[in-house]
Design a protein around this ligand. Structure first.
Ligand SMILES: *[C@@H]1O[C@H](CO)[C@@H](O)[C@H](O)[C@H]1NC(C)=O
Ligand SMILES: *[C@@H]1O[C@H](CO)[C@@H](O)[C@H](O)[C@H]1NC(C)=O
Ligand SMILES: *[C@@H]1O[C@H](CO)[C@@H](O)[C@H](O)[C@H]1NC(C)=O
Ligand SMILES: *[C@@H]1O[C@H](CO)[C@@H](O)[C@H](O)[C@H]1NC(C)=O
Ligand SMILES: *[C@@H]1O[C@H](CO)[C@@H](O)[C@H](O)[C@H]1NC(C)=O
Ligand SMILES: *[C@@H]1O[C@H](CO)[C@@H](O)[C@H](O)[C@H]1NC(C)=O
Ligand SMILES: *[C@@H]1O[C@H](CO)[C@@H](O)[C@H](O)[C@H]1NC(C)=O
Length: 517
């Protein structure tokens, strides 16, 4: 009896301590990487300088007559200054992407010496400051010439061209780069570009949101298939030619919503499983187990490409890690339809095939709902369902109106809370190895241009010098990384309750798939 109460007291203390204890950077393993991210088109500018040819992103942003990334942050000229800012912030890693048409202007064949030099210099600068580079090979910016020649990712020719491009990158940069992501958020890239046809190489203002061809419901899956094969081809080539010397690792990244059943009904539980099969399983099942999920096969029939036995072998095990792009959580339901749910606004293509409703907490279609527990559940799910594949969280961040403020307290609260749940997941066995804030600096955003920004550093885009200024979040991150700032679990709980009530601190972003104009 006495023993039992002692145990009980012990348990209470353990639980209470767990709750109250603050944590710091040092609660993560030393080789866990805390970083921040950008991508080439959104940061570099210099869109037609030094031999770079247009990518489909250049074409699209010019075609839509809005803002564009012609200059962006002018990172191409200001990279040294930015690496210095990263070093001052104590950043451990920097994720950036390589502009294919800057490095290889014709898409294949000869290398542009000035493009090569730029990336070599950038990587060297990072190394001098002991910042680990994490390189994404493909971040939405296909050379326009390849789009014109054969339609980009819907054509199998992309596999050979992408592999050759990757080969150049491994050969030229691989001595200093140990972490490679082949394709950025492959799932959302396929859905957005080839399903909804809004952007990237399917630029035609008169078609607006209409599918680029009559076959978009086929093309989404075809593009996804070719992405998997191109990823596998590049990854296997790395293993054959470079890995023993360079000792790096390669992964694919996917867009990962948190997905939670809307009610505890059996139906919503099944709906959530189905959403996970479509949104995660589509790419992860082939990468880990060699084939598409049964839910997709039976729904899509002939619209879903089939892996030959050889392809299945190539794809399976080709990702050393999975990159996760995570911003928010949705609730999944079959029956709930009182308002403009996420799915019913776009009742076609991929989401129609998926056949379940995804709704935000607020039951409006365009409110991003920060719910850090969603990421924790995601990581737990990936641990349990995908053999505890190593994970890097390659993007997570909070948008605010660009000119709002340097005192970006909500961003600090958001990042704190998400880092907290990553630690929870790791404590429960998740093999998560890194966390990257999107974004290191204000960028030309994919959907919102210069209206909304995610940066730790503010950029004055009206200033020809593109002056940078640290936001509160930059100094907070810096303090967290050097161990002088800790995070109390109580903050996180409060953040959670503040955000799940009807608070005014919500923010609105235009979604990728949401109808523009
Ligand atoms: C493009 O932008 C210019 C300058 O703002 C404007 O005058 C023109 O009407 C726009 N064209 C279209 C098609 O929106
Ligand atoms: C855009 O789409 C319309 C309608 O399908 C077509 O008539 C027009 O030729 C297209 N424009 C371009 C530049 O492809
Ligand atoms: C999409 O295409 C259909 C059929 O061609 C047309 O009726 C509709 O107006 C188009 N929608 C937009 C937003 O362009
Ligand atoms: C922790 O991991 C165990 C074993 O995988 C699992 O059963 C449990 O649900 C996890 N706990 C949480 C809070 O995710
Ligand atoms: C941005 O730069 C412009 C031009 O140099 C300047 O007039 C403006 O005050 C700056 N804005 C901020 C917020 O610093
Ligand atoms: C840690 O970072 C904070 C915020 O940048 C800074 O004020 C502090 O001096 C740093 N402390 C150490 C020990 O480096
Ligand atoms: C939550 O809201 C309360 C009351 O508005 C506020 O005092 C507190 O600072 C907020 N906490 C966080 C973590 O945002």
């Amino acid at each position: 009896m006495k023993l039992f109460s002692l145990f009980f007291i012990f348990l209470v203390i353990v639980l209470a301590t767990n709750y109250i204890n603050a944590f710091t950077r040092n609660d993560f393993q030393e080789d866990f990487l805390f970083g921040a991210a950008i991508s080439a088109y959104q940061w570099e500018g210099a869109f037609d300088e030094d031999g770079k040819t247009p990518s489909v992103w250049d074409t699209t942003s010019h075609c839509y007559n809005g803002s564009n990334g012609d200059i962006a942050c002018d990172g191409y000229h200001k990279y040294k200054e930015d690496v210095k800012l990263m070093a001052e912030m104590g950043l451990e890693a920097f994720r950036f992407s390589i502009s294919w048409s800057r490095l290889i202007p014709n898409g294949r064949g000869s290398i542009n010496p000035k493009g090569l030099l730029f990336y070599k210099n950038l990587i060297k600068e990072l190394r001098i400051h002991e910042i680990e580079p994490h390189v994404t090979l493909y971040h939405y910016d296909l050379p326009q010439c390849l789009e014109d020649e054969y339609g980009g990712w819907i054509n199998r020719k992309i596999i050979e061209d992408f592999t050759a491009f990757a080969d150049v990158c491994f050969r030229e940069f691989g001595e200093d780069v140990k972490l490679w992501t082949t394709i950025n958020e492959a799932t959302m890239f396929a859905i957005g570009t080839y399903g909804e046809g809004v952007k990237f190489g399917h630029c035609n203002v008169t078609k607006s949101i209409n599918c680029s061809t009559k076959n978009s419901c086929v093309e989404t899956y075809l593009a996804g298939h070719n992405m998997l094969l191109a990823h596998a081809s590049a990854s296997n080539m790395y293993k054959l030619k470079y890995k023993s010397k360079q000792r790096g690792s390669i992964g694919l990244s996917i867009f990962a919503f948190g997905l939670s059943p809307y009610t505890n009904s059996k139906d919503d539980e099944i709906a959530t499983q189905r959403a996970k099969a479509f949104l995660y399983g589509w790419m992860l099942k082939p990468l880990v187990f060699g084939d598409y999920p049964d839910e997709m096969k039976s729904t899509l029939g002939l619209r879903l490409p089939v892996f030959s036995e050889e392809e299945s072998e190539q794809v399976k095990g080709s990702s050393d890690f999975v990159g996760i792009i995570h911003y928010q959580t949705f609730y999944v339901t079959i029956t709930y339809q009182p308002g403009p749910s996420f799915l019913s606004t776009i009742n076609k293509g991929f989401y129609k095939d998926m056949g379940v409703n995804l709704i935000s907490n607020e039951i409006t279609s365009s409110v991003e709902d920060p719910n850090p527990w969603g990421l924790e559940h995601d990581l737990e799910y990936l641990k349990q369902s995908y053999n505890n594949t190593p994970i890097y969280i390659l993007e997570n961040g909070f948008p605010s109106q660009h000119d709002s403020m340097l005192q970006d307290t909500p961003r600090v609260e958001y990042i704190k809370a998400y880092i907290g749940v990553v630690l929870n997941a790791i404590k429960n066995g998740s093999d998560t190895r890194g966390y990257f804030v999107w974004s290191m600096i204000d960028l030309y955003e994919l959907l919102d241009g210069y209206m909304y920004s995610y940066g730790l550093y503010y950029v004055n885009f009206s200033d020809p010098g593109r002056k940078r200024s640290p936001k509160l979040s930059a100094s907070w991150y810096s303090g967290f990384l050097n161990g002088t700032i800790d995070i109390a679990s109580r903050d996180i709980t409060q953040f959670q309750s503040n955000f799940s009530g009807s608070s005014s601190s919500r923010f609105v972003v235009t979604f990728w798939w949401a109808e523009k104009d």
